[in-house]
Write a protein that binds this ligand. Structure first.
Ligand code: BES
Ligand code: ZN
Ligand code: MN
Length: 499
């Protein structure tokens, strides 16, 4: 997708369609009035009729005889509430509204209704990212064509009448394109079926991406993982014929002295049947998404390197299939973690924390000074926060706060959950120092406590059990994997790196 920034008036731009943001209760005056005149008052007629309400995510397609083609009016809600997430959604909503239409050149009017919104460069970046993310169609992964798919845009024309610095808008939009492409890469990795993406295939995909972007890759196979002492990780992989592997991606030189090395750790369960503690049949197919954290971590190190080649960063992905079988780990089995702690596996379906524990220990051994793990860890987080907010834990608080700054920049919302030490006694096993589950009481709070047993440095855990995928489409997104946390991880990596 080529990007062009033009400073001309929107109706003078040659395009196949023009996206137009409209705020709630906005009147058609000034620049909008000028456009209305050129379409013989059709906009004001629709406005009076109630078709153009400006309410969030409401859209209307208005045919015109102008060079810019039909106008796609997308509501953005209250002008005062305009935020980064809204800018991404606006771009995505316009693109998806054009599903099934023939659009090669899409113009978007970068106006800021109310004028109080985010600055022009940020808007250019986030709207472009939205168009790229909105163009994503998961039904295309295993099909040649999909009639209603959002159009493949060859040229995105950002219309900023009279802009002082179009070059800055262009650079920002390019950044948005790259972040959007990274999110889509993550989505495809997560959306692909479990018979297609085994742990070995996930490693191959990671290696192929790494090779293209100057990132070093190392794959630790099951035998080596056992030798190293990753007892929790190896235990989860035992039930499957598809052997587990730990994928390690590394970019940049080791930071000098006390420099920061951020590790992105992603849960890569290519399918979670639950193991011997098998899941019910209902919705079990969704558990191919249990590799969404891995997808985000892999895509994020790639995106960070596209934006800043050679940035010091490591990604660690424990990839494994959690299956029942004659070789599976049984409830009650006791294993030794890489950090030496003994763990009683009382529920084989609480496998995420087991593989993350060993992966986090390993990331510290690689020299990580700061850790973020991303995981579809619990169903409980969806019951609490739904699909639009990601829950998380972190310590110390300053590190959580730093990750949240990146989250705000990325336009991704989070909610902090407490690490309650009073629940620690419930995490003790009878035979081992720890147990991996322990009943439904405070299960969400305890998931964070368990993982914390395996880190000694600043650490944040993001539970995307709800936010990783949608069961139905929205005006701004297809159903399936969302790519959530990818943009946050990229912002975090770039903010903490020198240069
Ligand atoms: N991958 C699941 C969590 C999950 C479930 C994510 C549904 C998204 C949708 C995880 O491995 C799991 O099974 N968690 C258990 C933990 C319990 C056994 C302590 C859960 O949430 O039920
Ligand atoms: Zn799982
Ligand atoms: Mn599970």
């Amino acid at each position: 997708m080529l990007i062009r920034v033009v400073t001309a008036l929107p109706w003078e731009v040659e395009a196949d369609a023009l996206g137009l943001p409209l705020a709630a209760e906005e009147t058609l005056e000034g620049e909008l009035g000028a456009l209305d005149q050129r379409v013989d008052g059709r906009l004001s007629a629709l406005h009076t009729f109630g078709e153009l309400s400006g309410k969030s995510d409401r859209t209307a397609l208005v045919p015109t005889a102008l060079a810019c083609g039909p106008v796609v009016v997308a509501g953005i809600g209250e002008a005062d509430d305009a935020d980064r997430r809204g800018a991404v959604r606006f771009g995505a909503t316009v693109e998806r509204r054009l599903g099934g239409r023939r659009v090669r050149r899409l113009a978007i009017w970068l106006r800021a209704p109310g004028g109080r919104a985010i600055d022009a460069s940020t808007r250019a970046e986030l709207v472009t990212r939205g168009v790229v993310e909105g163009s994503y169609e998961p039904a295309m992964i295993y099909r040649e064509s999909v009639e209603t798919a959002p159009p493949a845009i060859e040229e995105l024309i950002l219309v900023a009448p009279g802009a002082a610095d179009p070059a800055a808008l262009f650079a920002a939009a390019e950044r948005g394109r790259i972040v959007g492409e990274g999110a889509n890469t993550a989505r495809t990795l997560a959306n692909r079926a479990a018979n297609d993406v085994s742990p070995a295939v996930l490693a191959d995909e990671a290696a192929a991406l790494a090779a293209r972007h100057g990132i070093a890759v190392e794959v630790i196979h099951a035998a080596r993982a056992a030798e190293l002492g990753m007892g929790m990780f190896v235990a989860v992989g035992r039930g499957s014929d598809n052997p587990p592997c730990l994928i390690v991606l590394r970019s940049g030189d080791a930071p000098p002295g006390d420099g920061r090395l951020l590790a992105l750790v992603g849960k890569g369960v290519t399918f979670d049947a639950g193991g011997i503690s098998i899941k019910p049949a209902e919705r079990m197919s969704e558990m191919k998404m249990d590799k969404a954290g891995a997808a985000a971590a892999i895509a994020a190190i790639v995106t960070a390197n596209r934006l800043r080649p050679g940035i010091p960063l490591v990604a660690v992905v424990p990839a494994v299939e959690n299956m029942p079988g004659p070789h599976s780990t049984r409830p009650g089995d006791v294993v030794r973690a890489l950090n030496g702690k003994t763990v009683e596996i009382d529920n084989t379906d609480a496998e995420g924390r087991l593989i993350l524990g060993d992966a986090l220990t390993y990331a510290e051994r690689l020299g990580a000074t700061h850790l973020v793990d991303v995981a579809t860890l619990t169903g409980a987080v969806e019951r609490m926060l739904g699909k639009q907010v990601t829950g998380g834990f972190g310590a110390p608080q300053a590190w959580w706060d730093e990750v949240m700054v990146a989250g705000v920049r990325a336009g991704e919302p989070y909610w902090q959950l407490p690490l309650v030490d009073d629940y620690l006694p419930d995490m003790e096993g009878w035979y081992a120092e720890l147990r991996n589950s322990g009943g439904p009481e405070a299960s969400l709070a305890r998931s964070g406590l368990f993982i914390r047993q395996f880190v000694t440095r600043p650490w944040v855990h993001l539970d995307i059990g709800g936010s990783a995928y949608l069961r139905r489409e929205t005006p701004w997104s297809a159903r399936g994997a969302t790519g959530v946390t990818h943009a946050t991880l990229v912002e975090l990596a770039l903010a903490g790196a020198p240069g």
